[in-house]
Design a binder for this molecule. Structure first.
Ligand code: PMT
Length: 223
């Protein structure tokens, strides 16, 4: 069994999509299955970390010895994360959080009407941006899911959200990103360093992310 290199570390991980209600029968969401985040939770736990998993709606089984908190919307995920972030040694945001939600939630089923339907969407809070503002000694890792300009957009998120590392996945690439069992990622760091990986299973990607987290802990424990 793996060495307990993360003994005593508290790690918060988010996974899955969020679901933004429109009326009693409809909602907006995205294709995240939760596989990437659940796999990370499993590997973190194997290495001895105390893992809290905040999850949007998925069909996945909770990894053993991981404490799971279920949420539905981005606002619920925001509240669940902010309630716990200050006691964490690291936060990894692998959830695919909806950037927008319907401005109005209808309490009755929306009936068909003549012509087009226009739905006004308003911005959801950016959880990672807020974590970046509050960060002190904590290690903060984000993801970037992009279909183009992967490197530029990932580096921009790394800087803007005050992260220690970002995992960039090109979701337009064959076998990569949402729902798949594999992923092709690159890691970017604030000092300009980066690492690019071949396509591999999400489990293998998780091993690399957790290796990187251990390195980041070494650096932050020294300072
Ligand atoms: O769940 P799977 O099917 O296994 O797919 C994995 C994945 C593709 C969902 C995952 O690997 C991934 O890329 N997750 C991040 C998806 C995403 O929303 O990326 P983004 O580039 O839109 O967001 C950038 C970062 O900010 C992410 O860490 C995200 O969690 C965070 N964010 C985004 C919006 C928001 N309102 N609040 C946030 O905290």
């Amino acid at each position: 069994s793996p060495k307990k290199t993360l003994d005593g570390k508290k790690v918060l991980i988010t996974a899955g999509p969020t679901r933004e209600a429109f009326d009693p029968v409809r909602y907006f969401t995205n294709y995240s299955s939760g596989k990437m985040g659940y796999s990370l939770a499993h590997v973190l736990q194997e290495r001895g970390a105390e893992v809290t998993l905040i999850s949007g709606p998925t069909h996945l089984k909770t990894p053993e010895h991981v404490s799971r908190i279920n949420v539905t919307s981005a606002i619920e995920m925001f509240e669940a994360v902010m309630k716990r972030e200050s006691e964490m040694d690291a936060v990894i945001m692998s959830a695919a959080i909806a950037d927008y939600r319907p401005k109005e939630i209808f309490h009755q089923k929306m009936k068909k009407q003549e012509g087009s339907l226009f739905v006004e969407m308003v911005r959801n809070p950016d959880i990672l941006l807020e974590l970046g503002k509050r960060k002190d000694k904590q290690v903060l890792i984000g993801f970037a899911a992009e279909t183009e300009h992967l490197e530029d957009y990932a580096k921009e998120k790394l800087r803007k959200k005050n992260l220690d590392m970002i995992v960039a996945n090109n979701i337009a690439e064959e076998g990569s990103g949402f729902e798949k069992d594999t992923n092709k990622v690159s890691f970017y760091y604030p000092d300009g360093n980066f690492k690019s990986f071949e396509l591999m299973t999400k489990h293998q990607v998780s091993e690399h992310i957790v290796d990187a987290l251990e390195e980041l802990f070494k650096v932050s424990d020294l300072s």
